[in-house]
Design a binder for this molecule. Structure first.
Ligand code: ATP
Ligand code: MG
Length: 410
């Protein structure tokens, strides 16, 4: 059973119990566009208590918003099927620019009116195969227009995240933005600060990993959002050219690092922390930023400088970054090709050989951990990668020599 089949079962159960029940929002838009929805949301006249009585396996989700998650059987991949069932509602006032102070259960018309854009305000009865369009969403989908439902300025004032959602939706579905909607979004750009870092980051992830990311970034620029979301990005037109040169399906850290361009790793870290990105994302982004130009001289730098980068798990992304930078600058891909060739022709063991000298070895030689200790280990490792120290006895000899040199100096 697919999620759609399960969602139809849920609609059918609700309808047989005498309630109105419809597919709502994004999934209707996606189906009308011939796309497969990421998830199916159901809107219904049943209250959360009614829903909970009808379905054995379910739990309140956003209790105060009237959302119940109904669980189904497992799908072919072994994942539990689930759909969110939300009671038709209208939202009360928004005093914090983020979420309504209260919600009232209401009609499908009012439920459509609280949604953000006309293309997201559609309902579909999947059993009668009938669309309910109270907001002109079908016409806008056909005309490829993104239009706020109702008064755009009021809608963006209620929830400032909608400004970023507008960028994401217009880019992803290649829509023109209705002028009144665009004017209201632009006027609201500076207010995006009211939105939590997590929600901003989630929109950025979706914008930057979409194939239409360049259009999304152009809209961020047009809406005047860059200074408020990513003030650190300098020379935006150049950054966009490099983003445009990325091929394949680049992941979020790669696109984000490309966008940050020549900021320092410290600034990159600060941006990531401000947006509350995950540690994994932060580490990868900071590493890419730190090594942004590290491979440009790959054919001429020492193995000890090059190999540790080549064996890093982010090397694929770093090569993609270098390639995009080179393509955008009209440079040749010599350095990237040199690295790709090394990765193809050298074994992992050649690029990242077992250390000839470890901390334990040093202790056996009578040294105790301390500042000198680390220096010696690093120096022997560099000599090993550069082919100056070929075996353990040479490594020991190197340690003894360095030890004397360093001790003589101090
Ligand atoms: P996606 O495919 O990315 O999930 P979506 O349109 O389904 O896109 P969701 O965040 O899943 O987006 O929201 C589902 C629906 O809820 C939207 O289609 C829209 O009708 C409504 N909605 C979501 N967020 C908002 C918001 N901030 N303001 C108003 N309506 C919203
Ligand atoms: Mg959705």
């Amino acid at each position: 059973m697919t999620e759609r089949d399960f969602a139809i079962n849920v609609v059918s159960t609700l309808q047989h119990a005498g309630f109105a029940a419809l597919f709502a929002g994004g999934c209707v838009r996606d189906e009308l566009l011939g796309l497969t929805p990421a998830d199916h949301d159901i809107a219904t006249s049943a209250t959360p208590d009614d829903v909970k009585k009808l379905f054995r396996r379910c739990h309140s989700f956003g209790a105060s918003f009237g959302v119940v998650e109904v669980l189904g059987p497992r799908d072919a991949a072994g994942e539990w099927l689930k759909v969110q069932v939300a009671t038709f509602r209208s939202d009360g006032t928004y005093s914090d620019g983020r979420r309504p102070d209260s919600v009232t259960f209401s009609s499908p018309e009012e439920d459509a009116a609280r949604r953000d854009f006309t293309i997201n305000g559609l309902f579909l009865d999947p059993i009668a195969n009938r669309v309910y369009d109270f907001v002109g969403g079908q016409a806008d989908l056909r005309a490829k227009v993104l239009r706020a439902i109702g008064d755009p300025a009021a809608r963006f004032t209620e929830d400032k995240l909608r400004v970023l959602r507008a960028v994401r939706m217009a880019a992803r579905f290649e829509l023109a933005v209705d002028p009144a909607t665009q004017a209201a979004a632009t006027a609201m750009a500076g207010e995006i600060k009211a939105v939590s870092a997590e929600r901003i980051a989630e929109e950025l992830r979706k914008i930057l990993t979409n194939p239409h990311r360049v259009r999304g970034l152009n809209l961020l620029t047009e809406f005047g959002l860059f200074p408020h979301v990513l003030p650190e990005v300098a020379d935006i037109p150049q950054r966009l050219r490099v983003v445009a040169a990325l091929t394949g399906t680049p992941d979020f850290p790669l696109v984000f690092a490309v966008l940050l361009g020549s900021v320092t790793p410290k600034v990159a870290g600060n941006v990531c922390r401000r947006l509350r990105l995950s540690n994994e994302e932060l580490e990868r982004i900071a590493w890419l930023v730190a090594n942004r130009v590290a491979l440009v001289a790959a054919p001429t730098i020492r193995n000890s400088a090059l190999f540790p980068i080549l064996v890093h798990p982010g090397i694929g992304e770093l090569l993609a970054l270098h390639e995009a930078e080179a393509v955008a600058a009209g440079d040749e891909l010599i350095a990237v090709e040199f690295c790709v060739n090394l990765l193809r022709t050298r074994s992992p063991d050649q690029l990242n050989p077992k250390p000839l000298m470890t901390g334990d070895d040093l202790q056996t030689l009578g040294l105790s951990p301390g500042p000198l200790f680390k220096k010696l280990l690093d120096a022997v490792r560099i000599a090993q990668l550069d082919g100056e120290v070929l075996n353990q006895s040479e490594a020991v000899a190197r340690v003894r020599r360095l030890q004397h040199e360093l001790e003589a100096r101090s």
